[in-house]
Design a protein around this ligand. Structure first.
Ligand SMILES: NC(=O)c1ccc[n+]([C@@H]2O[C@H](COP(=O)([O-])OP(=O)(O)OC[C@H]3O[C@@H](n4cnc5c(N)ncnc54)[C@H](O)[C@@H]3O)[C@@H](O)[C@H]2O)c1
Ligand SMILES: [Zn+2]
Ligand SMILES: [Zn+2]
Length: 341
């Protein structure tokens, strides 16, 4: 079968590999759609924290079950499904607390022992598999994973007030975080991005204000909007040298700054903001199973995210898919790859 590998920085190659052999507790999925994620882009650019080429791209997937292991009880051939793409060891301190995302021996697609999703077939243990409801497209099924990231980021907030939240960076993750913040009841949602298209999309998805840091002083604008108080929470969903300082400078006293973006280079951070205003800093790493289940339910209930899909390409065009997201030569939010059309 065909699979798309990152073979070197900025270079994707289609290679022929064996169809995975499934274990007794696994299903084999004929892949229909996979999503290109910001973290695939890090792998492609050589800035991923631990993944280094050659490796198969992808962890976002929707497809149809074509084979089941003998111990599988919840699924049958023909089921339309998506996958929560991580497997905990089940034994470590964090697995014991249902924090698979923090497992000390976590398996994820594209790490040894599990292929990536940019392939014609993908294997997954049944406990990681979720049905896509009838009438819900494979495309929406593919968006369950990034929506779970957003739901987890919102769930990590401990500030009880939901007056104003800032989301810095409005790519797929930032925009889905906006959707999750909207559903969680935030009154005012302020988004930033350097691309006009993404700012327009943020407004369409319910942002109160959308600001471009290349054109305006976003901290001053946010402080003006909040009458000098600052936002309850600022979530960092893009990387730039100044973005954590921006976040802390627009956050109110005893507010929170959350980092969702994978910023793997060192950036300068003004720690004094955190001290002087008693701001707490947290990270948000993928999702817990409960977040994925919630995202799956929201999508199965018909949450309309069709506007997020801006490009559809073939597996053979994986290189172009990464290039578009990287170079923003087109208006882009989520690039989906169509496999086994
Ligand atoms: N924590 C997690 O579990 C997790 C999961 C998925 C992705 N991520 C990370 O989240 C980040 C965003 O992912 P994505 O898929 O949305 O990526 P993306 O590339 O689609 O989006 C990034 C957005 O940030 C914008 N941007 C660039 N510079 C900016 C700036 N200075 N200020 C404001 N916006 C700016 C870009 O125009 C783009 O729209 C990536 O770093 C990705 O690796 C984290
Ligand atoms: Zn993803
Ligand atoms: Zn574990």
């Amino acid at each position: 079968m065909k699979a798309a590998f990152v073979v070197d920085t900025n270079k994707v190659e289609i290679q022929d590999i064996d169809v995975p052999v499934i274990g007794n507790d696994e299903v084999l999925i004929k892949v229909k759609n996979v999503g290109v994620c910001g973290s695939d882009l890090h792998l492609f650019k050589g800035t991923h924290a631990f993944r280094k080429p050659p490796v198969i791209l992808g962890h976002e997937i929707a497809g149809e079950i074509v084979e089941i292991g003998k111990d599988v009880t919840k699924f049958k051939i023909g089921d339309r499904v998506t996958v929560e793409p991580h497997i905990g060891c089940g034994e470590c301190e964090f697995c014991q607390k249902d924090l698979v995302n923090l497992c000390l021996n976590k398996k994820a697609p594209g790490t040894p022992g599990w292929i990536g999703t940019f392939a014609e077939y993908f294997n997954a243990p049944e406990k990681t598999v979720y049905k896509i409801a009838d009438g819900i497209s494979y495309e929406m099924g593919t968006l369950v994973e990034p929506l779970a990231v957003a739901i987890h980021a919102i769930d990590r907030i401990t500030v009880p007030e939901k007056d104003t939240i800032a989301i810095l960076g409005s790519g797929t993750i930032g925009l889905l975080t906006l959707v999750a913040a909207r559903e969680a009841g935030y009154k005012n949602i302020i988004c930033t991005d350097t691309q006009q298209f993404n700012l327009d999309m943020a407004m369409e998805q319910g942002a109160t204000l959308a600001l471009n840091p290349l054109e305006e002083d976003v901290v001053a604008k946010v402080l003006e909007f909040t009458e000098g108080r600052g936002v309850d929470v600022a979530l960092v969903c893009a990387g730039s040298k100044v973005i954590v300082d921006q976040a802390s400078s627009m956050t109110r006293r005893r507010g929170e700054v959350g980092i969702v973006a994978m910023i793997t280079e060192q950036i300068p951070v003004n720690t004094y903001n955190f001290v002087f205003n008693e701001i707490s800093l947290f990270g948000a790493m993928t999702y817990e199973t409960k977040d994925f289940a919630k995202a799956s339910k929201m999508i199965n209930n018909g949450l309309d995210l069709n506007a997020f899909v801006t490009q559809r390409m073939d597996l053979d065009e994986s290189q172009q898919a990464l290039d578009v997201l990287d170079q923003k030569t087109e208006n882009v939010v989520k690039v989906l790859i169509e496999v086994n059309k």
